[in-house]
Design a protein around this ligand. Structure first.
Ligand code: ZN
Length: 306
């Protein structure tokens, strides 16, 4: 079967790990795509061990629709490990899953897409294998965004679920969304380089001071599932009052959903103390769609949630 997505292969010609760096699993997330395109030119000079496969846009059909999903409306991040002769998204899921299984580690970069803005974080599954968990923690930390976030390992359908089942260390990142943000690019490029450095694949070691402020491990069942956070109580227009990356206290206002008939508005308040890490950027909202996400952390440092 021919590849559905274009791949960039970089081989140092020396023994070493085989890494896979991907973005564009969702078609409306752009900064990581540019980061991978920038990464490939610098890597050709500095990669001294192992080999890399870079895929700037995994989900091309969704990308050219400017949409999270492709024409069959299936979410690629819920369709792995895929079906060889299924719908378009099933096929893409199948091919990317096979690449993950053949690789030694995975970095999968995302943004909040058209609808959400996300405070930068590097996430991983709380893998049952202690060695893999240790590597994933180290990768997330090396990526050097303000939050590292370990979540429930039982979620299915993701690229990370495929990596989990194949015992391959993997992280994903979230950074921004909504309006295109060129400032994200260099941080994403540096993050990938830091991980390659961690695996000993680069000639130069980066020694940048750590930007990680919050190291969160959340063992609760639904942790890591963004779409169920603060669902809108009704159809209407959402106006946010909270600020991304800021602390918020239980009872404080996140925003308000107004009826379009002007009759009443619903105040959306924080149900727990924490950090506002996800905010809806598109005011139009249907009942049940996510408005915001709060991480249950209130101060910098390590947080462990059972
Ligand atoms: Zn995404």
């Amino acid at each position: 079967m021919s590849g559905i997505f274009p791949k960039i292969e970089i081989d140092s010609g020396k023994l070493g790990p085989k890494g896979l760096i991907i973005s564009g699993v969702h078609g409306d997330e752009y900064e990581p795509v540019v980061a991978i395109l920038e990464l490939q030119s610098s890597l050709r000079k500095v990669l001294t061990k192992g080999a890399l496969t870079l895929i700037p846009v995994v989900n091309q059909n969704a990308f050219f629709r400017k949409s999270r999903t492709g024409e069959d409306d299936k979410d690629l991040a819920r369709s792995c490990p895929g079906i060889a002769n299924g719908t378009l998204t099933d096929k893409v899921a199948y091919q990317i899953s096979n690449l993950i299984i053949e690789s030694d580690f995975l970095i999968d970069m995302h943004t909040g897409g058209t609808f959400f803005d996300i405070y930068p974080l590097a996430g991983y599954m709380l893998h049952p294998d202690a060695d893999i968990l240790t590597t994933q923690r180290a990768m997330a930390k090396a990526f050097n965004l303000p939050i590292t976030w370990g979540t429930n390992p039982e979620l299915e359908g993701r690229t990370l679920s495929v990596a989990r089942d194949a015992n391959k260390p993997a992280i994903y990142t979230e950074y921004g969304g909504g309006r295109y943000n060129p400032h994200a690019i260099s941080e994403l490029v540096d993050g990938c380089l830091n991980i390659l450095s961690y695996f000993g694949m680069l000639s130069e070691e980066g020694h940048k001071p750590s930007m990680v402020k919050y190291e969160v491990e959340d063992y609760r069942k639904s942790s890591g599932h963004l779409q169920i956070m603060y669902p809108s109580p009704k159809d209407g227009i959402f106006l946010t009052k909270a600020t991304l990356g800021n602390p918020i206290q239980k009872g404080e206002l996140i925003g308000e959903v107004y009826d379009l008939n002007g009759e009443n508005n619903n105040k959306i308040v924080a149900e727990e103390d924490g950090l506002v890490f996800l905010l809806r950027t598109i005011p139009s909202v249907k009942a049940g769609e996510a408005l915001a996400g709060i991480l249950p952390i209130s101060q910098p440092g390590r947080v462990h949630i059972k």
